[in-house]
Structures are given as structure tokens and as C-alpha cells.
Ligand binder design. Sequence first.
Ligand code: HEC
Ligand code: HEC
Length: 403
Amino acid sequence: MRLAASLAILTAAGGLASFGLWPNSPGPEWQALRAQFSDQQWARIIRTAELPTPNDSTNGVFHDEAAFVLGRALFYETRLSGNGEVSCASCHDPALDWSDGKALAEGLEEIDRHTPSLWNSALNRWQFWDGRADSLWSQALQPIEHPKEMGGSREEVAKLVLNDPELRALYTDAFGSAPEQMDEPNNVERVFVQVGKALAAFEGRILTPVTPFDQFVSGLQTGDPEDLAALDPLAVEGAGLFFGEARCHLCHHGPLLSDMEFHDIELPRAGAPEPARHGGVAKLLTDPFNGRGQHSDDVEAGRERLAYLNRAPHQRGEWKTPGLRNVARTAPYMHNGAYASLDEVLAHYSTLSDAPARSHSDTQRVLEPGHFSDSELQALKAFLQALSSPPPHPSLLPVNPKS
Ligand code: HEC
Ligand code: HEC
């Protein structure tokens, strides 16, 4: 009876019926869980199901196997850097969930940003904390030439790829042919861009395997008692808070648990807010490697995405909402590595006691202190821990580990 009633409500709300999945004969476990969540919480939870398949039409080799193999070699290649010692994996280490375990990144020098994990980065709408890249391939070109990260140059990268016999063979597999002459700027730029596109083909497969939470969500849809048991009661309570009263879902929703947008969550800071998203939009619009530029394989699609980008003063201090899959394993947290643990993150959301003083011009107050009890904090943490997946697939690891 309870089920029939819920179904009627959901259908009336135009909601869940369209998900098409409903247990045939839901058992007592399912019934008990269903009773714990409001229809809205339920719908939000179901909406986290199933990662979409990433795609990028501005990168013609995004799904290409040979580009993936080249990209994997390049990802672990320290010779892309100026001093021959730094690779993408130096900071995005698969053994550390594609991050580095540090508050702030360190390449040739320390950088004032925390290294994000690359899990599911192919599903990001924008790349970087300030969103200054619109594709994985254009993103990848920046750290290579950043003086503090890898300190390399497009000329040296093109030379390496075309002169090293192994890389040249992989390049030819992926792109059909390799230019003989690389002294022409056009060739240099083309090879550099292809390097980015191959790296993106590799990163496109760094997708989180099924987590206990996914198993639970599947159980909610099928009624399978084993799947429903994948979350313990504390984590179930945490899910209820996250998608309900604690209002985390306002920004962390959908399969990545991110709205893919930018917000100021009032982290402690000294002085005025940084340009953040405001600066990121400006850089993206003038990036010669953006999706509407001459190196894009789908200029039309690139144009369309950028056409809706606006710059507004409120974007200062706004950073990208990170996805939360595997978050329990990727401390420290935030764009500036401000918090060392999930407990510290949750304490911030609970009290906002370390937030900068608010001025009268702050009209956009999305965040209010959650005032969580100790047991609510534990429940939220248990939920975040249930978003942990198995480790990366072996095909993503270096083929010949060098150390
Ligand atoms: C010195 C450490 C370091 C190296 C080396 C490095 N990265 Fe990063 N990576 C970072 C940091 C720090 C950020 C965030 C920077 C920012 O947002 O301004 C980042 C951001 C990213 C992002 C965006 C993820 C997101 O969620 O927005 C991707 C993708 C990425 N890096 C891939 C790569 C690739 C590919 C390479 C090699 C070509 C590489 N990185 C080399 C530290 C590094
Ligand atoms: C107003 C939007 C918003 C709300 C509401 C919100 N978050 Fe966030 N969250 C963000 C943004 C934006 C960041 C990154 C901020 C930064 O780095 O400056 C973030 C970062 C995080 C991080 C760190 C992730 C990482 O990899 O660094 C965690 C964990 C987190 N949020 C959990 C939560 C929880 C739990 C709640 C509910 C209590 C919540 N968030 C509510 C927007 C939000």
C-alpha cells in the first residue's frame, strides 16, 4: 500500500516513473529504506546512478585505442619536462588516486593550487579549479609548458616525440603519419596538440569503477537485498542528510556529485577573493587551444559551448565544485589544500566559523552553517567514504614501470 501511494506521488511529480526501474516485488529491506527517504531525497539519490560515457567531439581521437596507448606512454613520460624529471604522474599518481597527497602541488617549484584527482575528469564540463580549459586535450598542454610544473616547451616535446623511436612509432600508429620536419612552427604546434589529444584519450578511461554507494543505488532500483546491504545504516543516514537537510546536493549532485559549476564556499583566506572563475573565463575565451580554435576537431561544438560563457564580478572567489567519488582517499581538500581531512571539511560546513567576514554586498549567500551534531558528522563522513571505488584498472598503469 505504501508503495502504491509513493508511486502515485512520484508519478504526479513527473519524477521517478521515467526512471523505468522499480522492484517487481520489493522485500522488507527495500520497504524499510524507502520509508527513510522523502520522495525528493529518493529522486536525488537515484539520479546519481551510472556515470555517463565521456565524449569530446573537439578531439577526433578521443575514443581511439592507438591514441590511448600513446597517451599512456606520454602520461608517465618525464622527458616531457624541462629537467627530464617530472611527468603528469608525478602529481597525478595512480597509486594516490591520481593526485599527490599534498596540500599544494610541487613540480619544478611549489604551485599555489592543490592537485585535483583525475578520476572522472573526462566528465568535467570545465577543467581546472577556475575552469580555464574546455577540454582535456587543451588542459594537458598547460602543465607541460608551465614554468613551475613541468617547465617544458612545445618545441622540445615535438622533437622528443618525433625523434624517439618508440614514441614516434606510437605517434604514427595513432595519427597515421609523423612530420619529417619539425622546424616549421606549424608542425611543432600540430604535434604538440596531438600530444594533448593522446593524453586526453588516456585520461578518458580514468573512470571510477562501481562503488558501494552505486551498488546501493542499484539495490534501490531492483530491490536486491545484497545490493541494499552495501551501505551500512550510518552511511544510509549520511546519504539522507547529504541529499536532504544538509543541502550538500545543491552543489554536489548527479553521477559525479558535482553540479559542474563554480561557487564560493567561504574558505578562510587572507585579503580579497582571488579572480578564480572570473579569471578562468577570460583565459578560456582567449586560449588559442580552446574548442573553437583552429586545432579543434569540432569548431561548431566548441563555439556553442563558449557562446554561453559570461563574465560577472560575482565569479571572483568562485571555484569549481569537485566531484566526490573517491574523495575519502584524496586528502587534502579544496583548491588551496586548506583542509587536511574530511573531518575538517565537514567542520567548516557545520560552523563556517573560519569563513571570511561577510560584507553587505554579499547577495549570494548559498551556504548557511549546517550545525551538525557529532553523529550527523559521522554519518556524512560514512556516506562520503562509501563513494570509494576499487583502484585503477591495470591497463591504466605504466607498461614498463621505471622505478
Ligand atoms: C606539478 C604537478 C602537476 C603536474 C606535473 C601535472 N599536473 Fe595536472 N594539475 C595539477 C594542479 C595543481 C592542477 C590544478 C591547477 C589549477 O586548477 O589551476 C591540475 C589540474 C589538472 C587537470 C584538471 C582536473 C580538474 O578536475 O579540473 C587535469 C585533467 C590534469 N591536471 C592533467 C594533467 C596532465 C595530463 C599532466 C601532464 C601533461 C599534468 N596534469 C601534469 C598538478 C600537476
Ligand atoms: C554552494 C555549493 C556547495 C554546497 C552547498 C556544498 N559544497 Fe562541497 N564544495 C563546493 C565547492 C565549490 C568546493 C570546492 C571549493 C574550493 O576548492 O574552493 C567544494 C568542496 C567540497 C569537498 C572537497 C573535495 C575535494 O576534492 O577537495 C568536500 C568533501 C565537499 N565539498 C563536501 C560537501 C558536503 C558534505 C556538503 C554538505 C554539508 C557540501 N560539500 C556542500 C560546493 C558546495
